[in-house]
Design a protein around this ligand. Structure first.
Ligand code: SAH
Ligand code: SF4
Ligand code: F3S
Length: 442
């Protein structure tokens, strides 16, 4: 009798990719993936630890799940919160039987067998050799593939829990990444997204990220290559040239800025200044005119003065990002930020007000930029059905979301569309007839 497994994933694309590896590992041991926790023999909650509210959500969810589980089902916690808390999670939630960190997923089948026998285990050792090379990922996305190329992080940004939850940086061998790209192309996928915490610091001992971009970008049949997230310090001229000169690499960079103030960046240990960030943006834009640029920004980091926050707003206005993910600082246990003087802490009301100002600024600029692009024609990849209406969700090379009317048979195809409207954030578009006739609807 085959056993069923359900994995519920929170957090970043690295976690989504890890879930695909976990499903792959378990499938090879005879498990069948299912779409919900009800009736599943094994339920794994694949967690994120980046901010406190991410963890609170998981604690709440575990409480709900214990009511939905069928008797005898194994409940486990994986991912960054599992790595961070280890055996502490077994103590706080008595229904949880397994706590498995990101480098121990290979052991899942044995650990689950033990749990069925009543064991309660935590497995959180780092394994610097582990890239799950022999595991065939069970992918759920139909048109694009996330490919991890680097695990862990060697930066030590003072707010960040990731070095604790993911361990030291290590890169996969270039040949393995190329092999996996060839495999996903053979399955009919045409876009890959290379993943790493500071992905452009990739180095496998012989090849750097420039080599990787060129090699993956040259795989037969690949049409789009993306990567996330790069660190501003690791954008060598070689990497920028490789990006600009490889036609399949898309014209979009997600370049986390975090703050626009040099003194703040120093307290965050980001290892660049405001000027260096701007210089990086200028070099990228000079090499790739029309580049889409998005970022991450934290407000309310300890010691943030009004002037420092004003510098962040000014940098946002100067760069004019296409979009930005904005976060309220969340103090994470064990990070260097916890050792900063208590009087540096920013009151919640101040954080909230700055956050609202920043968000309004980011959205206003995005809206202006997007309005300016109406009427433009561009190539989009049809990704999936949109959540609302009878629309398809498509993506441009520079990472714009475009909603288009059409049959689901178009999913996975490339269309040329004209941008006809925008909400300020996303676009609507109409397919335009080009040299090749479009497939008929229906
Ligand atoms: N490795 C990526 C970021 C991974 S975390 C990088 O270096 O860019 C994604 C984003 O979460 C970060 O860019 C940061 O903006 C935000 N973040 C990380 N730790 C945080 C914290 N303690 N509080 C609030 N936001 C945080
Ligand atoms: Fe965290 Fe900094 Fe590493 Fe990104 S580079 S994962 S923000 S420590
Ligand atoms: Fe969260 Fe871990 Fe990713 S902390 S953001 S799931 S690396």
């Amino acid at each position: 009798m085959t056993r069923t497994v359900y994995i519920e994933t929170y957090g970043c694309q690295m976690n989504v990719s890890d879930a695909e590896l976990m499903y792959g590992t378990l499938q090879a041991s005879g498990y069948t993936p299912v779409e919900g926790p009800e009736g599943a023999d094994v339920v794994l909650v694949n967690t994120c630890a980046i901010r406190e509210n991410a963890e609170q959500r998981v604690i709440g969810r575990l409480g709900e799940l214990r009511r939905d589980l069928k008797p005898g089902a194994v409940l486990g916690v994986t991912g960054c919160m599992a790595q961070r808390l280890g055996p502490r999670l077994l103590e706080t939630d008595t229904r949880v039987q397994l706590v498995v960190g990101p480098d121990a997923y290979r052991m899942l089948p044995q650990l689950i067998d033990g749990a069925r026998g009543g064991e309660r285990t935590s497995a959180t050792d780092f394994d610097l050799e582990e890239h799950y090379e022999d595991v065939v990922a069970r992918r759920f996305e139909g048109v694009k593939a996330w490919i991890p190329v680097q695990r862990g992080c060697d930066y030590k940004c003072t707010y960040c829990i990731v070095p604790t939850t993911r361990g030291p940086e290590r890169s996969r061998r270039l040949a393995e990444v190329v092999r996996e790209t060839q495999e996903v192309v053979a399955q009919g996928l045409t876009e890959v997204i290379l993943l790493g915490q500071t992905v452009n610091s990739y180095h496998d001992g012989t090849h750097d990220f420039a080599d990787l971009l060129r090699a993956v970008g040259a795989v037969d049949g690949i049409r789009r290559v993306r990567y996330t997230s790069p660190h501003p310090n690791d954008f060598s001229d070689r990497v920028i040239a490789a990006m600009a000169e490889t036609p399949t690499v898309c014209e979009h960079v997600h370049l986390p800025m975090q703050s626009g103030s040099t003194s703040m960046l120093k307290r965050m240990l980001r290892r660049y200044t405001r000027e260096a960030y701007l210089d990086c943006v200028a070099r990228l834009r000079a090499a790739m005119p029309g580049l889409g640029l998005t970022t991450d920004i934290i407000v309310g980091f300890p010691g943030e003065t009004d002037e420092e926050f004003a510098d962040t707003l000014a940098l946002v206005r100067e760069v004019r990002f296409d979009d930005a993910f904005t976060f309220k600082f969340s103090m994470r246990e064990g990070t260097p930020a916890t050792r900063m003087p208590a009087e540096w802490l920013i009151p919640d009301a101040v954080i909230d007000a700055r956050y609202d100002t920043l968000l309004a600024t980011v959205r206003g600029i995005a809206r202006e930029r997007n309005l300016g692009r109406l009427g433009e024609r561009m190539e989009v990849l049809v990704e999936k059905e949109a959540r609302k209406g009878e629309l398809l969700q498509c993506r441009s090379r520079d990472f714009k979301t475009v909603l288009v009317q059409g049959p689901t048979a178009w999913i996975g195809r490339y269309l040329t569309v004209e941008l006809t409207g925008t909400t300020g954030a996303t676009f609507t578009g109409t397919p335009v007839q080009e040299r090749q006739p479009l497939p008929m609807a229906g």
